[in-house]
Design a protein around this ligand. Structure first.
Ligand code: GTP
Ligand code: MG
Length: 368
């Protein structure tokens, strides 16, 4: 399903493009122009007319993208908090961040932060704030395994809900360990025992009942049990022995991106390998650019010199906003970046193109 542009082909064969086009016209392909792309079969046919054969030396992304040969060093865990609507995800994140977002902001407008790193007694932990489950699904379907641990929030006054079940499904399919946080235990209506019974039906059996699921009891509002939850995360992270290579060009995943009036594209990325630095050439999906600045998410104008694995960072300098869940890579040169982007665009166009219908050669044959 490779395609080749008429102008490229003519150039490589040392033949005027007009002659190639004429050959195709003679075969009934009247709407071919110098900018058209033709499939390999058709190209072979045309090349043969001029005494050439086509060799498919298709571009391999691996040739440009870095590989890492060191075994890596320990890195901070990446934790996603999931759960049913209103069960307290944001309240818990806010408590942990101690930023009191709602208090500090004019007019109570929530400043959305895709990912941030906080220091706990157990060392740094990265929290990813996925807005609902769709984003998580999208990230998973794109093969972006960013999450090491899921914290499943279940409100003690409400229990397991359909979205709770979905979250459990997502975590299991992604093979990510779940730590349950039964929340709102400060409420008089809280019924922890009932919630634990419901969880058992989902196959999440607490240690008190002879199972292996870690279940903590918290109040995101008062902070009760939150330190213990963080300790549990620390223990779980240690068990997982999370490592990543720290030397070499950075690679990771786009958490979210937006276009800012003043600053252009702001892409929040999670570095997962290597070291990301100002001045690096970054490619994400079909976008690229030189890193103009690295900023710490959630802290105004805090510049970072570099970012190593398990560090979320805002990248300024991309020429467009790559979708969440996309991988990003640092490449050696702007030329490499252009090549990679061109290759990806071509690949996408090929998929969208009418040329992906019946092969042009088939059409030529049927015209004969
Ligand atoms: P969505 O983002 O809409 O899915 O909700 P959420 O899971 O982020 O819930 P959020 O943190 O917004 O909390 C919903 C409501 O529950 C808010 O009014 C919180 O103040 C309240 N709440 C959250 N945690 C607790 C808690 O531990 N105790 C009590 N009493 N209220 C809580
Ligand atoms: Mg919320």
């Amino acid at each position: 399903d490779e395609v080749i542009q008429i102008s490229d082909m003519a150039h490589q064969m040392g033949v005027k493009a007009a002659r190639l086009i004429r050959t195709l016209w003679q075969q009934g392909m009247r709407n071919v122009t110098i900018n058209s792309s033709i499939d390999v079969e058709t190209a072979e046919y045309v090349a043969a007319e001029f005494g050439y054969t086509i060799e498919n030396v298709s571009f391999q992304e691996d040739e440009i993208l870095a590989s890492y040969d060191d075994e890596g060093e320990l890195r901070a865990p990446v934790v996603t908090i999931m759960g049913h609507v209103d069960h307290g995800k944001t309240t818990l994140l806010d408590y942990i961040r101690k930023a009191k977002v709602a208090d500090g902001e004019a007019g109570g407008i929530t400043q959305h932060i895709g990912a941030y790193r906080v220091d706990t007694n157990q060392g740094p932990v990265v929290f990813i704030d996925t807005p609902g489950h769709e984003a998580f699904t999208a990230m998973r379907s794109r093969g972006a395994a960013v999450t090491d641990i899921v914290v499943l929030i279940v409100a003690a006054d409400d229990g397991v809900m359909p979205t709770t079940q979905e979250a459990i499904d997502h975590a299991r399919k992604s093979d990510v360990p779940i730590i349950v946080a039964v929340n709102k235990i400060d409420k008089p209506e809280a019924n922890v025992g009932r919630v634990e019974q419901m969880l058992m039906k989902e196959g999440l059996v607490g240690e008190d009942y002879g199972g292996e699921t870690v279940i903590s009891h918290i109040s995101a509002k008062t902070g009760e049990g939150v330190d213990e939850l963080l300790d549990l995360l620390g223990v779980q992270a240690e068990v997982l022995e999370l490592v990543a290579p720290v030397k070499g060009p950075a690679a990771g995943t786009v958490i979210e991106s937006r276009v800012d009036k003043g600053r252009g594209t702001v892409a929040t990325v999670l570095v997962q390998a290597g070291e990301l630095k100002k001045g690096d050439i970054v490619v994400a999906n079909e976008f690229s650019g030189k890193v103009r600045n690295l900023l710490q998410p959630g802290v105004k104008n805090k510049r970072l010199k570099s970012a190593t694995p398990s560090t979320p960072v805002e990248v300024l300098g991309l020429d467009g906003a790559p979708p969440a869940g996309m991988r990003f890579h640092v490449v050696e040169s702007e030329r490499d970046a252009r090549q990679l982007v061109a290759h990806r665009r071509e690949k996408r166009r090929r998929k969208e193109s009418v040329l992906s219908g019946p092969s042009l050669l088939e059409r030529i044959k049927s015209k004969k």
